[in-house]
Design a binder for this molecule. Structure first.
Ligand SMILES: CC(C)(COP(=O)(O)OP(=O)(O)OC[C@H]1O[C@@H](n2cnc3c(N)ncnc32)[C@H](O)[C@@H]1OP(=O)(O)O)[C@@H](O)C(=O)NCCC(=O)NCCS
Length: 179
């Protein structure tokens, strides 16, 4: 059984699923990476690694401390999220995510972030970091909504930090205006 499975059936019967990527996802990951590799606009703001078939195999068969997740809509992979850094010995994981361009604006980005935050809580970590290009306003807004404080990393990038202790629950916290 996979760790951290989460499944939601929408009112129109469509099925949204998130889970940790395993070898059973190899085909889906390959197709998703192929789609990303052909989307230069997305790759210009999201390039944690190459999106080659070889990298898809590597991610699907990965068995370390870092965490790679898929969002599936009716069994099609439409999103990819990651928490990295644990393998290298860092206490604070670095978060990244991408949603297929055709499925943005549905809340899947928020869903994936909440999911990854829960994984972090289950692992006992309290802080998450990320990097985002300043020009990537959609992602920066999402991160701020989810409780990240963005500060200058360099001319082109923000560094985001989020404390995800019990008192700080991402967008819920934002909605209550407690930031
Ligand atoms: C950032 C990203 C993951 C958001 O995914 P998403 O599934 O669209 O996110 P959500 O549906 O939860 O929406 C997040 C916000 O983006 C807005 N948004 C989504 N698509 C948009 C679009 N095409 N244009 C403008 N805003 C958009 C939503 O309205 C929402 O804002 P709101 O909460 O103020 O209404 C997605 O845009 C993406 O994959 N971008 C490319 C990769 C990337 O930038 N990754 C982060 C790199 S650090």
């Amino acid at each position: 059984m996979r760790t951290h499975d989460r499944q939601t059936t929408t009112s129109c019967g469509r099925n949204v699923k998130m889970h940790q990527i395993t070898s059973a996802d190899a085909g889906s990951v390959r197709l998703f990476f192929q789609e990303l590799a052909g989307d230069s606009e997305t790759v210009s703001v999201f390039h944690p690694h190459l999106f080659t078939p070889e990298q898809a195999v590597k991610i699907a068969h990965y068995n370390g401390l870092d965490y790679y997740a898929a969002v599936l809509l009716d069994d099609r992979m439409v999103g990819y999220g990651m928490l990295r850094g644990w393998d290298e010995g860092y206490e604070i994981p670095s978060l990244g995510l991408v949603i297929s361009a055709s499925f943005r604006g549905l809340g899947l980005g928020h869903l994936m972030m909440n999911y990854l935050h829960t994984v972090v809580r289950l692992r006992g970590a309290k802080t998450i970091m990320l990097k985002v290009y300043k020009e990537n306003e959609t992602a920066a807004r999402l991160y701020r909504q989810m409780g990240y404080v963005l500060s200058d990393l360099n001319e082109r990038e923000w560094k985001g930090l989020c404390e995800i202790g019990a008192a700080h629950r991402g967008c819920e916290c934002d909605r209550k205006g407690c930031k």
